[in-house]
Design a protein around this ligand. Structure first.
Ligand code: LLP
Length: 403
């Protein structure tokens, strides 16, 4: 079983690197990767880490040496992936509403490209025709995911080519003799219900006979990880079994087999991450007992943006009596991490830990209120390493055009 970092280790890291601080336990990433590949062992699957969750170059290198490919959502993520030494054939660029010039760059770099609009597909056809195989990102019109903001496959979503536009899609493909090697869907994030994946597979398998050159079916990412104590997660063994049965039945009926691709983000890195913050100020009021931290939604936006729950512990006083607190940030705007949250008695200067901070934590941070972005530390087999220094005042000025 993978070791979680202890209160003592986290307290030492906070003392050494100061706070606010992101800490990633690489052993957890490895454990999650092995859980995933173990569940699908024996199946013809490839896993591309959806690096938008956490792009620190050291994390990318670590994920690469585990054996994963990488899924990118911007050309800069593709450049980062190349910098982390991923081979172009192991890089997937799942584009969304991007300028065609980025697709041209991706082709020059030789990476796999999933195209998500008829407009870019037509431009692609004009320029490359049959010369460069592609994948298509489709919108299956399935509502899935933890909340509407992270649902991407439903019939009002901007993502993908709607499956109800099959006719114009086929016209473009035929007109340019496009080599469609893959069909892709990503219906949302935090999908616990395995049935959603089966639904997606059914939608795709009903379409595959329209595409002569298909080699892979890409089911995207979106596996649920537990955030709250007692929360469930996607049952990976059940998912693997379900996927295997669906594709085996299809192969038996048609003789056709496909590689199956996945793009896990949260599943690989969420639980590896801890976000450490110090208590600046206590403010008891009639409505709530506020705990103000030396951070805010500029560093961890998920609670304010998605109403996401992050488990929080006061590791400076683990045996103190429990009280309810409103845990808030120091940003000059309403900035609530948790309301009526039971914590061991909190004192000023105590160290609080946010769990599940590996995915979309640092990655969605900003310089709002001109505060510095935090530092990042990776712990590999117990050994910590600073993988991104904290910003300083000069960083706030680097992009300014000074006279
Ligand atoms: N593939 C594609 C095409 C995606 O758009 C995404 C995530 C993934 C894979 C990985 O999804 P995951 O396995 O991480 O759920 N910022 C939000 C999550 C947005 C996900 C966007 N796309 C959050 O913090 O909950």
């Amino acid at each position: 079983m993978v070791q979680t970092l202890t209160n003592e280790q986290l307290t030492d890291l906070a003392a050494q690197y100061s706070t606010p601080l992101y800490v990633y336990n690489a052993d957890v990433i490895k454990h999650q990767y092995e859980k995933l590949t173990g569940a699908f062992s024996g199946q013809n699957c490839r896993f591309f880490y959806a690096c938008k969750a956490l792009t620190n170059l050291h994390i990318l290198r670590y994920v690469k040496q585990l054996g994963a490919g990488i899924d990118c959502s911007s050309i800069n993520e593709v450049h980062l992936a190349l910098k982390a030494d991923f081979l172009p054939q192991n890089i997937l660029y799942t584009s969304n509403g991007i300028d065609f010039a980025e697709i041209e760059t991706a082709v020059t770099l030789g990476v796999n490209v999933n195209i998500d609009s008829l407009s870019n597909l037509d431009k692609f056809g004009h320029k490359y025709g049959a010369n460069y195989p592609i994948g298509l990102r489709l919108r299956p019109n399935i509502l899935a995911g933890g909340n509407l903001k992270i649902s991407t496959g439903h019939d009002k979503s901007k993502f993908g080519i709607p499956v109800d536009q099959l006719q114009p899609l086929l016209e473009i493909i035929n007109r340019h003799n496009l080599q469609v090697r893959g069909l892709h869907i990503h219906t949302g994030s935090e999908i616990k219900d395995v049935g959603v994946f089966t639904e997606g597979i059914d939608v795709l398998l009903n379409l595959v006979h329209h595409f002569k050159h298909l080699a892979f079916i890409d089911l995207g990412g979106g596996f649920k990880v537990p955030y709250k104590p007692g929360d469930g997660e996607t049952d990976m063994d059940l998912l693997a079994k379900t996927v295997s049965i669906s594709f085996a039945q299809y192969a038996a009926a048609t003789g056709k087999q496909f590689e199956i691709w996945f793009e896990p983000g949260k599943y690989l890195v969420s639980a590896s991450g801890y976000f450490l913050a110090k208590v600046n100020v206590l403010k008891p009021t009639a409505a709530a007992h506020f705990v103000s931290l030396n951070t805010g939604f500029n560093h961890l936006i998920r609670p304010m943006f998605y109403d996401s729950y992050h488990h929080i512990k006061n590791i400076s006083n683990p045996l103190g009596p429990m009280h309810d607190y409103a845990v808030v940030g120091n940003i000059c705007e309403t900035d609530t991490f948790a309301w009526e949250r039971p914590l061991n008695e909190v004192r000023e200067n105590d160290l609080l830990v946010f769990f599940n901070a590996g995915a979309y934590g640092y990655e969605m941070s900003s310089n709002f209120n001109s505060r510095y972005k935090p530092a990042e530390v990776m712990v590999n087999e117990g050994a910590p390493k600073l993988i991104r220094r904290r910003q300083n005042f000069d960083d706030l000025l680097t992009e300014i055009c000074l006279d």
